[in-house]
Design a protein around this ligand. Structure first.
Ligand code: FNR
Length: 341
């Protein structure tokens, strides 16, 4: 097995080892104000929405995880089967491995084969050659391309990149592909200054990928033999803080909340804080590790719970979630006061 392929398998195993749905994340510190007289009813259509011009059944999707190894083939197959059955979008893991190892393509293609009509996102790293990115989008018939920003992960990986000049290549990749680009973090969060830079450069679909869930500094530290860089595990910005910060930038944008989301209430809170969509990775992986059926049930449960929340908060449609009132605990409130400066 190549080093890259082995890394993919280790990521899957370590994500499982570190998964914890009770992580102390900031979602606990935002409190929604519920109407006692909601004047609404639970309805089937209340959470359906659109993404990239296509109807989807709920405003959440399976975020980027894997591809490029034997285990990834099975996982991508199950993820794609569930995404197809439930009509939610799915992102593949980084396909940059194909730049060097084209024989790994099967573990990505299987997702398109299992879900010919659904929304499928390809994913590359920010140093991928534009031509390669274009080829990957074409081969997978991808509806959008995610480009991940993962400087902390690279820093902890002994074999990782040490040059983080990425913006020019992001623009070059955009020139080369003809599908929408999603810029995403992988669990350390996109800060307001970087968000501003991305928006100024016309990258307007942003997955904030905050901390509070999968932590790639932790995963890569576990893979390191010596000089573990533990101090890098805590330098992320939480998903809730990335959302609060994004709200302060009055520019039209599509915001995806991600990082540590494992239940319907946190999905709902993300939408209240201004996200249009929510990406969920490790929580779904735990079901895909078992079988397709349990993942389908997990997705159905989330949808049902979101419909309940929509009605309980007096909304006809979940698109109105940003009208729900809330209040913040002190740390979050402090944060919102200080990021204006
Ligand atoms: C990831 N993630 C990820 N992101 C990305 O852009 N490209 C990738 O190849 C991967 N690979 C990957 C593997 C595994 C096993 C996991 C669990 C995650 C990051 C993922 O898309 C997401 O940003 C973070 O995991 C945070 O979300 P969760 O896991 O807390 O819901």
């Amino acid at each position: 097995m190549s080093q890259r392929s082995q890394r993919k398998e280790e990521h899957l195993a370590l994500a499982k080892m570190f998964f914890n749905s009770n992580k102390n994340n900031d979602f606990k510190h935002i409190h929604l104000i519920r109407p006692a007289l909601p004047e609404s009813a639970v309805s089937k259509e209340s959470i359906a929405t659109e993404m990239f011009g296509q109807k989807i059944s709920a405003p959440f999707f399976i975020n980027a995880m894997t591809g490029g190894s034997v285990a990834s083939y099975t996982i991508n197959r199950r993820l794609a089967q569930a995404a197809a059955k439930e009509n939610i979008p799915m992102a593949l893991g980084s396909a940059s491995i194909l730049e060097k190892e084209i024989d790994q393509i099967k573990s990505f293609e299987i997702a398109r084969q299992e879900n010919p009509d659904g929304l499928l996102f390809a994913n590359v790293n920010p140093t991928t050659k534009p031509k390669v990115a274009q080829k990957i989008v074409q081969v997978l018939n991808a509806n959008a391309l995610q480009i991940h920003l993962n400087s902390v992960q690279e820093a902890v990986m002994p074999e990782g990149d040490r040059d983080f000049h990425w913006l020019d290549n992001l623009k070059a990749i955009r020139q080369a592909v003809d599908v929408p680009i999603i810029i995403k973090e992988v669990g350390m969060g996109i800060d307001p200054e970087s968000l501003r830079t991305l928006l100024i450069n016309d990258f307007s679909i942003i997955d904030l990928g905050g901390s509070g869930g999968t932590n790639f500094a932790q995963i890569e530290n576990e893979r390191r033999k010596n000089q573990k860089l533990m101090f890098l595990e805590d330098i992320g910005l939480s998903t809730v803080k990335t959302l609060l910060a994004a709200r302060t930038i009055p520019v039209n944008k599509t915001i995806i909340a991600a990082g540590g989301i494992t239940n319907a209430l946190d999905i709902f809170k993300s939408l209240v804080l201004g996200a249009q969509y929510v990406g969920i990775a490790n929580y779904f992986l735990q079901f895909a590790n078992q079988d397709t059926e349990s993942l389908i049930v997990a997705i159905q449960n989330l949808k049902y719970e979101l419909r309940l929340l929509t009605a309980l908060f007096g909304l006809k449609n979940i698109a109105e979630a940003d009208e729900v009132k809330y209040y913040l605990d002190t740390d979050l409130y402090n944060f919102t006061r200080q990021i204006y400066n």
